[in-house]
Design a protein around this ligand. Structure first.
Ligand code: GLN
Length: 252
């Protein structure tokens, strides 16, 4: 069990899958870079060739995008990526509408919504891919989280001042079993439209939730290569970490 080195030696011959990580310098706190590393590693274990593009503000758009990732950041980081996000807004909305999977955490989740109004009243317009609106607060929502989602139970950690409200008809990413979620009041966490997932969960979220990671990769690999042919991966460590958090927080 846990023989990662042996799994990593599986020859990659099922084709390339291109991951685009948006703003890894400005928007990747609380370990969110780990989501990109997790997907790249899992692609290799499944026999695919991952190609990771880091996209920085002002840089040309990557040649290919089969899956997009974005992480959390401070309000100041969100301000720094604002212009570049506006520059690529139509492209990103088009990719989302076309079914390209995206995982956007915390600060980038907020910017995929309609708007983020900071605690000092500054309004950052979002892409409107997800029908959510966020307002900064004086009190932060911090702590471990357990959710029920379409990908199965998901564990993670939240730390945000933004309080997010879903528009009418907007599907959440999950239902809160433990933690605050979008706003601490309505029991929802994150948002999901098609293959676009927005969530407050750091951790990073993917290593402890392989079902979510492979759910996103299945869509990306099918788009990129025509099929999803996963290999058997030893996820016993991930499952142990996952179960420990569920047991500790829900007592089962
Ligand atoms: N600045 C945002 C908030 O506090 C995002 C925080 C984050 O990405 N962790 O709500």
């Amino acid at each position: 069990p846990g023989d990662v080195a042996a799994l990593a030696d599986v020859p990659a011959d099922k084709g390339e899958v291109h991951l685009v990580h948006l703003y890894p310098r400005e928007m990747s706190i609380y370990g969110d870079l780990g989501n990109t590393r997790c997907l790249a590693a899992r692609l290799r274990w499944h026999g695919y060739t991952p190609v990771v593009h880091d996209h920085h503000p002002g840089a040309p758009w990557p040649s290919r995008a089969d899956l997009l990732l974005g992480g959390g950041g401070q309000d100041s980081g969100q301000v720094r990526v604002q212009d570049d996000l506006a520059e690529h807004a139509d492209r990103l909305r088009g990719l989302a509408a076309d079914g390209v999977p995206m995982l956007m955490i915390c600060g980038m989740y907020q910017l995929l919504g309609e708007a983020f109004i900071t605690v000092d009243g500054r309004r950052l317009p979002g892409l409107g891919v997800l029908d959510v609106t966020t307002r900064g607060n004086a009190t932060r929502m911090i702590g471990p989280v357990v959710l029920d989602t379409d990908f199965g139970p998901v564990v993670g950690y939240e730390n945000h001042s933004g309080s997010t409200v879903l528009g009418e008809g907007q599907q959440p990413f999950g239902r809160v079993r433990h933690g605050m979620g979008n706003n601490g009041a309505d029991g929802t966490e994150g948002a999901r439209t098609g293959n676009v997932v927005g969530s407050y969960l750091h951790g990073p979220v993917l290593p402890a939730n392989p079902g979510l990671a492979d759910g996103l990769l299945a869509v990306a690999a099918r788009r990129a290569t025509g099929e999803w042919a996963p290999a058997e991966v030893d996820d016993s460590l991930a499952h142990q970490a996952h179960q420990r958090q569920v047991r500790r927080l829900l007592g089962r």
